[in-house]
Design a protein around this ligand. Structure first.
Ligand code: GUN
Length: 281
């Protein structure tokens, strides 16, 4: 039987540690500030943005909220980013994705000062991760590494298979596992014989975006399984890319959805904001 990795509890512990760090900085009159920009009212984005703001409050991080109309021009958004780049008091700038179709996402992400890019989406930070230099790592993959470490799951020398090759999760988690000396394979929608590939994994990271697709047949007995997916099942309950009931008896450790990777993403974002302030002191 697998050990259920409690992401909610681990994230709570990290947030406590971060709260103490914020309080220490406050003693020297140093505040940490995150600016969150949302364009339009995508319902999922509204939930994510609210969660980020609430977590800022919990930790004592100052948050600035910019809720722009769906019809906001790219020019206007870029000029807001320039203004925030120039502000000494702003440590992190986060533009919630997805953006409306008339705005070029790449142009927007490239406009953020890499030193304030707490989402780690700017090409500078993507490159820094790739060559092992100091930068910002996106919250979800950073959170996965933290979950593994705090659950005493060794990465060094292990077969790690990542399913999914997105810029936000698949590619950066592969880089991080490699940096931890894992033997890393990235599988994706064109992979032939996916089950054969995933069955090699000691650590299987699933970020495919297909509801409950990965069942016990894809999993080597004793593997640690990390589920990055988030969906709703027929009963409207949250579920992941992994069929939890099927995989639980086979794996040695598994993250649930909800309460696995999800809570870690925001905790790591907050960590990046504090880190940004420290680096710019
Ligand atoms: N949309 C979905 N996930 C994310 C994220 O981690 N950051 C931002 N900015 N937008 C997102």
């Amino acid at each position: 039987m697998a050990k259920r990795i409690d992401g909610k509890a681990i994230a709570a512990q990290i947030k406590e540690e971060l709260k103490e760090q914020v309080q220490q900085l406050a003693k020297d009159n140093i505040t940490v500030t995150l600016a969150v920009i949302q364009v339009g009212q995508d319902p999922a984005s509204c939930v994510y943005v609210r969660n980020k703001q609430r977590t800022c409050e919990e930790l004592g991080i100052h948050s600035l909220s910019y809720e722009l109309e769906e019809t906001t021009s790219e020019e206007k958004l870029l000029s807001l980013i320039q203004e925030l780049n120039a502000r000494e008091d702003v440590d992190g700038i986060l533009v919630q994705l997805p953006l409306p179709g008339h705005i070029n996402e790449k142009d927007v992400l490239n406009a953020i000062d890499p030193a304030k890019d707490v989402d780690g989406f700017h090409p500078y930070n993507v490159g820094a991760l790739s060559c092992g230099e100091e930068g910002f790592v996106p919250g979800t993959p950073a959170g996965i590494i933290e979950l593994l470490k705090r659950s005493d799951i060794r990465i060094d020398g292990k077969e790690c298979v990542v399913i999914g090759r997105s810029n936000i999760v698949g590619k950066p988690i592969a880089q991080l596992l490699l940096a931890e000396n894992g033997t890393v394979t990235i599988a994706h929608s064109h992979t032939v014989n996916l089950k054969e590939v995933t069955k090699r994994a000691d650590i299987l990271v699933v970020a495919i975006g297909k509801r409950q697709m990965i069942d016990a047949e894809y999993v080597k007995p004793g593997a640690a399984v990390i589920d990055v997916g988030i969906h709703r099942d027929e009963a409207n309950h949250l579920c992941g890319d992994v069929d939890y009931e099927s995989v639980f008896p086979v794996a040695s450790a598994i993250t649930p959805v909800p309460g696995g990777v999800g809570p870690m993403t925001i905790a790591m974002l907050m960590k990046n904001c504090i880190e940004s302030r420290r680096r710019r002191l």
